[in-house]
Design a protein around this ligand. Structure first.
Ligand code: C2E
Ligand code: CA
Ligand code: CA
Length: 572
């Protein structure tokens, strides 16, 4: 059904069905008596939440835990007054659409007019007349929901599934229906869908989505509803099941115009017995974050959103909330891990690795926060800080007359969004007076797949200026031989998993073939190779035998604070 076909009778039907479900009204008033009177007038038909000032109201709205159908707002209040609150709401994408009725003591003064201008939809004057309050409230809510419904086109043009907007309305209705059964929410994400699109074109991408949508519809068999949220994201609300592992078989099979779908992976987040008291978009958001947590885990396709996950996500949220302050307060510290020559064990340089001394969680390893910062973009600020700290320390070493060895810093894929990244790095390095060839730049292999041309151009600009470019985590699976020969590159750092998989005592020498191959490849490409993650003397021997020259790993040293690294350098 398209937009125009939502007829009056459909709407009436909708309101009839849903009117018995109590919508929530937020009453914001510092006058307890006035708020209590409003509550009494409305409580038979609505659930009433109360806030005694604008700040409290904002906290409730921003938590997103409650879907607010309407707000009744007193103007004069402490902390944040009604007028200011309206202004804040008007600026916030998620709050702008909540209708607000202003409460005033006298009719039509200038203040109210300003509030209406500011976005309030109506006003009610004190003392309250019961029928007027009820009818205004009913009318406004109905008006707003009608227009929301009218705006919600029901079907997604591409897949024929519900649109996101319609799915939100419909699932909230299903969840809140009196006597509703338990429901599970499933979010499905076509892993790397944009890559599929890029590689094979939009038309094939569209076909893929249609195939997945069809499989979902067929297997739901009328027990639930599904929607395409956007690009390769789908949401399903379905009656509760105990075993999703067996049922989630919407993995596309076969091929599209000769392209095998074997490579396409769909990842699922499952939120069992979804909380009926929060709006479905909040539950979807939580489930999506659960999926995010397995995005990079090869082979894991299902993740459950449960209490444990909730705690983890809450912790993540608190980490995110404290990151800016952490940067200001220098809670991040740069550690150094030596890179060594295999034949002499001599230190030839170091990698700068960040650590976080968190006031609440203590010492945190990058694995706990880097992926988070990569997804929210903060990594860019943090990386800049790490580069700057590293250069500052190198400058001090220089001034103290120490021998300067190269130090490598990590550049994450997100950093390439910085306008003119190359110039920023050049300026920073020059500001500290460090020779360009002493600052090595590590870019992980997987970064190149995102926007290869831009990254290649930036890196070759930096290489022209004398910086040494290292490809980090080489062998983790993205670059082709072709690409390697096109890049401006000086050093390959073999991914840690390599040595752990291929050069292990139990595996013997059988699996060394690949390491041997990479050794000759890097010789052929004229690249220095550093093997990461070397932990044992046997590995060192084996690597020397094959012809490697450099390594970084616990066998030589763990990442250490600056002072410890300085001491290590003095020992030799
Ligand atoms: P990476 O760049 O591949 O860094 C090497 C990681 O391997 C480091 O983990 C290091 O401690 C660890 N490692 C070194 N030798 C061994 C070994 O023999 N055995 C084992 N099991 N591990 C070893 P770390 O410091 O926890 O960092 C993890 C990742 O976090 C780094 O991987 C890098 O991707 C990221 N990271 C760390 N600092 C920064 C930073 O300042 N900026 C950015 N963008 N990423 C960073
Ligand atoms: Ca690195
Ligand atoms: Ca690495």
């Amino acid at each position: 059904m398209a937009r125009g076909q939502l007829t009056a009778s459909v709407l009436d039907n909708y309101f009839e069905k849903t009117w018995e479900l109590k919508r929530t009204i937020l009453v914001v008033d510092d006058d307890d008596i006035s708020a209590t009177i409003l509550e009494r007038i409305l409580q038979d038909h609505y659930r009433i939440l109360r806030a005694s000032n604008g700040q409290e109201a904002l906290d409730i709205l921003r938590s997103g835990e409650e879907k607010i159908a309407l707000m009744l707002l007193d103007l004069q209040m402490p902390v944040i007054d009604g007028f200011t609150l309206l202004g804040i709401m008007g600026q916030a994408e998620k709050l702008r659409h909540i209708p607000v009725i202003v409460i005033t003591s006298n009719d039509g003064n200038e203040y109210e007019v300003r509030c209406i201008e500011q976005g309030a939809v109506d006003y009610i004057t004190k003392p309250y007349v019961v029928n007027i309050v009820r009818s205004r409230v009913n009318r406004i809510i109905r008006l707003y929901e009608t227009s929301a419904l009218l705006n919600a086109v029901e079907r997604d043009w591409l897949t024929g599934l519900y649109t996101k907007e319609y799915f939100f309305i419909e699932s909230d209705r299903m969840l809140r229906r009196p006597g509703a059964p338990q429901y599970d929410l499933i979010v499905a994400d076509v892993h790397n869908f944009s890559l599929f699109n890029q590689r094979y074109g939009m038309e094939k991408g569209d076909k893929l989505l249609r195939i997945i949508a069809d499989r979902m519809m067929t297997s739901l068999g009328g027990h639930g509803i599904c929607s395409r949220l956007h690009s390769g994201f789908f949401a399903i609300l379905v009656e509760h099941e105990y075993d999703w592992e067996k049922k989630l078989t919407w993995q596309p099979k076969g091929s599209i115009d000769g392209i095998s779908l074997q490579q396409v992976v769909v990842k699922y987040g499952v939120y069992m017995d979804v909380d009926k008291n929060v709006p479905v978009f909040t539950s979807i958001y939580r489930t999506m974050r659960a999926i995010n947590s397995i995005k990079k885990i090869y082979g894991q396709v299902i993740v459950y959103y449960d209490e444990k996950m909730r705690d983890m996500l809450n912790r993540e949220q608190r980490v995110v909330a404290s990151m800016e302050q952490a940067l200001r307060e220098h809670q991040f510290e740069v550690y150094f891990q030596p890179k060594c020559a295999l034949h002499t064990s001599e230190i030839v340089g170091a990698e700068a690795l960040v650590r976080w001394n968190h006031p609440e969680y203590g010492f945190m390893s990058p694995a706990d926060f880097i992926p988070l910062f990569e997804s929210n973009g903060f990594i860019t600020k943090l990386d800049f800080y790490v580069w700057q700290e590293t250069l500052r320390i190198m400058k001090e070493w220089k001034e103290e007359g120490r021998k300067l060895l190269p130090v490598s810093v990590n550049i994450s894929a997100r950093d390439f969004f910085i306008p003119n990244l190359a110039q920023a790095i050049i300026n920073l390095t020059d500001r500290y007076g460090i020779d360009h060839h002493l600052l090595h730049l590590e870019i992980t292999e997987s970064a190149y797949k995102e926007e290869p041309e831009h990254i290649i151009a930036t890196m070759s600009q930096l290489a022209d200026q004398g910086f040494i470019i290292e490809m980090d985590d080489f062998g983790s699976g993205y670059s082709s031989l072709n690409m390697l020969s096109e890049l401006t590159l000086h050093v390959l750092k073999l991914d840690i998993r390599f040595i752990q998989k291929n050069c292990h005592a139990e595996n013997g020498r059988n699996n060394m073939g690949i390491l041997q191959f990479i050794a000759s490849l890097s010789q052929w490409l004229n690249l220095v190779t550093i093997v990461e993650g070397v932990e044992t003397a046997e590995q060192v021997e084996e690597l020397k035998r094959i012809g490697y020259k450099y390594a970084q790993g616990y066998y030589y040293a763990r990442p250490m604070p600056r002072a410890a690294y300085e001491k290590r350098l003095e020992e030799v």
